[in-house]
Design a protein around this ligand. Sequence first.
Ligand SMILES: *Cc1c(COP(=O)(O)O)cnc(C)c1O
Length: 362
Amino acid sequence: MPRPIQAVIDISAARHNYHVARQQNSFSGEPVKAWAVVKADAYGHGLMRVANALREVADGFALLDIEAAVTLREAGFRQPILLLEGFFDPEDLYVCAEYGLTTAIHRLEQLRMMREAALPVRFPIYLKLNTGMNRLGFKPEDIPAVRRELAETSAVASVTLMTHFAESDGARGVDWQLERFRRMTEGWNLPVSMANSAAILHHPQTVRGWVRPGIMLYGGSPFADVDAESLDLKPVMTLTSRIIAVQEIQPGERVGYGGTFEAVRPTRVGVVACGYADGYPRHAPSGSPILVNGKRTVTVGRVSMDMLACDLTDLPEAGVDSPVVLWGAGLPADEVAAAAGTISYELFCALARRVPVVEVGN
Ligand SMILES: *Cc1c(COP(=O)(O)O)cnc(C)c1O
């Protein structure tokens, strides 16, 4: 019998969440299209699994690795596929041409490479504009040179103007970036792509052209103070395991490495087959939420490589073999992430290869 840990991936929830993203009212009244953002192995959920779940519904797929893009094409996906970080080497351009990929362009040299590559066919590009994130993209002063390059190249089939928001989940919002975007693109009547999950859900003025939902597809809330359920998002990944041992300890006794948890009452400690080598965050402190037998309790002591412990004192019916949910259905990953001082994105992406995955919801 394998170790009892499992990640259950509900692909019908992914389809539901995609529709939530897609059905946000568009700002202009024109229909909106949505890239399903499947970078990082679909945020740890499995690229092919999620892509197949969305095969009939997704307008396009956005990711980072050109090999992953080719894998999707070879698996018969006909939708547009967008390389969010662009290409890394002139050789990649021939792959883009051959497989009909769309690439982000964020540096002038990339446009020069395209012009010089003598490509067999043209393909679409996304021009990335830096409106304040200061990660990738062109600044206002670069725009004249970009427009000159574009006028000289015959490799570009179409141009979409793209930007990314730094604080769409926070108090500063998006309007300051939208204003920079408007100024940078004045007189350029081209399609746009701006909104990530937080912008889609909270900033309708960004819901135009092609939106780019990521975390919301996986049922995570992009906001620290709004839970996923109230956004009509369903958890896709549920990380489950079982209690594999129970320890009865006396007040003053401690649990785990470093003895960071000390019992203040007679305590029943449940040992769970899940540790940081499975992707559970080691920095989750004592008191992080966990479900045993469908009931909430808390973790105690340090997370070790293969195990963690929880308090069963108030769950007398729980014992060896009781089912445990680390996050997912019944316990939002966002809550566990918040307890660990991180975000659900990181929990999902960290799911370890050694955890067996079961797909449901077909
Ligand atoms: C990852 C990513 C997204 C998706 O962001 P979420 O916050 O997960 O919705 C959108 N656009 C770009 C450029 C990204 O890199």
